[in-house]
Design a protein around this ligand. Structure first.
Ligand SMILES: [Zn+2]
Length: 81
């Protein structure tokens, strides 16, 4: 029985320079940046992640954050001192 979380380490990245491979979580990398090795961003070799779904999640997140920032700055901007 497989009990792994669907999101855990669903992707494999590789350093083009030294050949090092690393298991990563697609959505984590989308949010926090792709891992780097030898000064280069490691290349995505394979992924089991549902990329469209993950991007939709990120976009929804980003939109929510942007709306939050907008409403925050609007509030700030209305303060005239
Ligand atoms: Zn490397």
């Amino acid at each position: 029985m497989r009990r792994f979380k669907v999101e855990a380490n669903d992707s494999l990245v590789k350093c083009n320079h030294c050949g090092k491979e690393e298991r990563v979580t697609f959505i984590y990398c989308l949010k926090n940046g792709w891992p780097k090795c030898c000064g280069y961003t490691m290349r995505l070799v394979e992924t089991k992640a549902d990329i469209e779904m993950n991007i939709a999640i990120i976009c929804a997140d980003a939109t929510a954050q942007a709306l939050q920032i907008c409403s925050d700055s609007t509030t700030e901007g209305e303060k005239h001192e």
